[in-house]
Write a protein of this length. Sequence first.
Length: 269
Amino acid sequence: MSSNIFINSKNVFLDTVDVKSYVQLDRVSTIYQSLKDSVNKPLKMILLYGKPGTGKSMFLTKLYNDLSSSKIVHLYHTPILDDSEFFKKIAHDLFNVNYQGELNFTQFMKILEEHIIDDIPIVLLDEAQLYSNTLMEKIRLLSDTRKVKFVITLHKTEKEDLIAKEHFKTRIWESIELENASNTELKIYIQKKLMKSNCFDSANMFSTKSVNLIHRLSKGNYRDTNKLLYTLFDIYSNYMLNNPSKINTSQVSNKIIEMSAIQTGLIHA
């Protein structure tokens, strides 16, 4: 193998939200189909939640790409935290209204009432836990009009289950949880990502035993796995350039997996 193979393999695990890197796993595909089906139901709001690194942003991006040719859909990866700026952006994107000055909730509701909507627009809000409770309440009131449908993502934390928060109970009719990968799913995920980029030799380096170690370190979290493998292939490429006799390229070394975990903070040395 050349160092270029490992450089290409490293780039496969860059921490980006790119639907081209979406990996079909049976359970994940079933969950995604549930999300798509939910959008077609008469729901006021749909919640997609899970721990950081479980693929929520990827799901929203894929949903946007899949729906944008047939529906009015807008995706906001970065939260717009100022109330007036949020409503001005929504007014512009949904109704082509360029509002001058401050735009408050009451004024936006008037704009909403003035526009006849045949096809209900879908608004995808990522990282919704960053919005203030006040703005979230206004978003929920907007969803009650049934003139705008919201799909929001939220982090699920250890201390509280966000779905149980009082202000979600009455309005969210469907909630979908994303979880970390199992050992088996993680092996498929790693190998499919590499093979999609024609890194077949690298894909074949991962045995069940090595993936089990990666799973133990990352707990099956996709983001942590990506960081670990990005670092792992960076180490391999450096060895290939400077000391190729020191590494075995037929299978992943547990030592290099652990070195990568230390560098990425998954192991505290």
